[in-house]
Design a protein around this ligand. Structure first.
Ligand code: PMP
Length: 399
């Protein structure tokens, strides 16, 4: 539809989210679909009964406006959580947000004017790209490899761009969509480059706590405590439940007034009942026991998906091997090298399996022969079924 309304120029760069539109598309289907598309915990892995029991106890005061920075009780629990997971923060650094998405929105709102350069990983989280674009950013994708962002490639990229970046958007742990983790030496180098360019590192880490094996790499903040150019965005969406819409920003206290002002213009405060729900859930020890239960299940699901992909596709597809998080990144090669994951989406849905096509993770529409699979949502037997359906779609001769 053509509008005659006086839209702001920034709306030219509103691209929307392929991931969210795929959720609506899937919701409208009536046949059985194995969902590898959304990055969400399986329904069986959301502790509904415990959450319901806590919500049932809500009393007066839970339905008023709350402080913009967040309910102090939740902030206290967030600080404890970060301490238990080895990367402690302080209460004066934490601002509770309405999901990680609001943290990203505030980050780009604070630092991006139209035309400013934002460097992202190629591929990266669709909504990260979309949010940067919504503030008029010039988004450039940097190369990645099995260890994530190729940090040493950034100086050439910046030379080519003819412009220093204002923001480097990075998902350091179990990246979305590839599942890769950035090693400590690359993190250190990225901090040096950010200093050199006076850039901010938007450190988006929803998955770091969901580690299946090995030691955590140091966070940017651990590598350089007190560095105000590190703007970290976190969430309970993957640790607990995405519908709660509770996340947090971990940033230098000097940024707090601007963050609060930006957030006040959006929603005044994150919904108070869900903040209390999460705070009580953690305080009563449920989060730790929940994580103790689900992390081994996610590991099992990752193993199952990798095994069944290998036995189904052999050399025609190679999957990354994440040590945590939710996602595998599948590269089609050999007989499947010419398959186009975007073009095949409707066929896959017809065949009863859903994934997110590679180009959704690129501002340039790259990665056509690649796709993201979420292994976290389905039980192992459903994973077998979904991969068999995927093979049916991908090997079908007529495309
Ligand atoms: N960043 C990344 C890398 C994500 O994977 C997601 C969720 N898919 C988000 C941010 C958004 O998280 P939330 O649902 O808490 O807004």
């Amino acid at each position: 539809m053509t509008h005659t309304l006086p839209f702001a120029r920034r709306t030219d760069q509103f691209v929307g989210s392929v991931i969210d539109s795929s959720t609506s598309l899937l919701a409208s289907q009536t046949h059985d679909i194995v969902k590898f598309a959304m990055g969400a915990p399986g329904e069986d892995l959301i502790p509904v009964e415990q959450l319901d029991a806590i919500a049932g106890r809500y009393a007066q005061g839970r339905f008023d406006y709350g402080e913009t920075a967040g309910e102090p009780k939740l902030i206290e629990q967030i600080v404890d959580l970060t301490q238990q997971h080895g990367a402690p923060t302080d209460d004066d650094r934490v601002i509770v947000t309405t999901g990680a998405m609001q943290g990203l929105d505030i980050a780009f709102k604070l630092f991006v004017d139209p035309g400013d350069l934002v460097i992202v990983e190629g591929p990266t989280y669709t909504n990260g790209i979309a949010t940067a674009l919504s503030y008029g950013a010039r988004v450039l994708e940097a190369p990645t490899d099995a260890q994530g962002l190729v940090v040493d490639a950034l100086p050439d990229l910046v030379k080519f761009a003819g412009q220093k970046p204002k923001v480097i958007y990075c998902i350091p742990n179990f990246q979305n969509p590839t599942g890769t983790t950035l090693p400590g030496d690359r993190r250190r180098r990225l901090l040096e480059l950010a200093d050199e360019w006076n850039a901010v590192i938007v450190d988006d880490d929803p998955y770091g706590i969901l580690r299946f094996e090995g030691e955590a790499e140091p966070t940017f903040h651990q590598l350089h405590p007190g560095n105000e150019r590190i703007f970290s965005v976190r969430t309970f969406s993957k640790l607990l439940a995405p519908g709660l819409r509770v996340g947090w920003i971990d940033a230098d206290p000097s940024l707090k007034p601007l963050i609060i002002a930006a957030k006040q213009a959006m929603d005044t405060c994150t919904p108070v009942p869900t903040q209390h729900l999460v705070a009580d859930f953690i305080a009563e020890g449920h989060l730790q026991s929940h994580l103790d239960r689900v992390v081994p299940l996610y590991r099992e699901r990752r193993d199952r998906m990798r095994d069944v992909l290998a036995s189904t596709f052999g050399d025609d597809a190679v999957a990354t091997n994440p040590s945590g998080g939710f996602f595998l990144w599948l590269t089609l090669q050999g007989e499947l090298a010419s398959r186009d994951s975007s073009a095949l989406m409707p066929d896959a849905i017809r065949d009863g399996v859903a994934y997110i096509p590679g180009p959704a993770f690129s501002s340039r529409g790259d990665f056509r022969n690649q796709l993201r699979l979420c292994f976290a949502t389905n039980e192992p037997a459903r994973i077998n079924e979904g991969v068999a359906r995927l093979a049916g779609t991908l090997y079908a001769t007529a495309q």
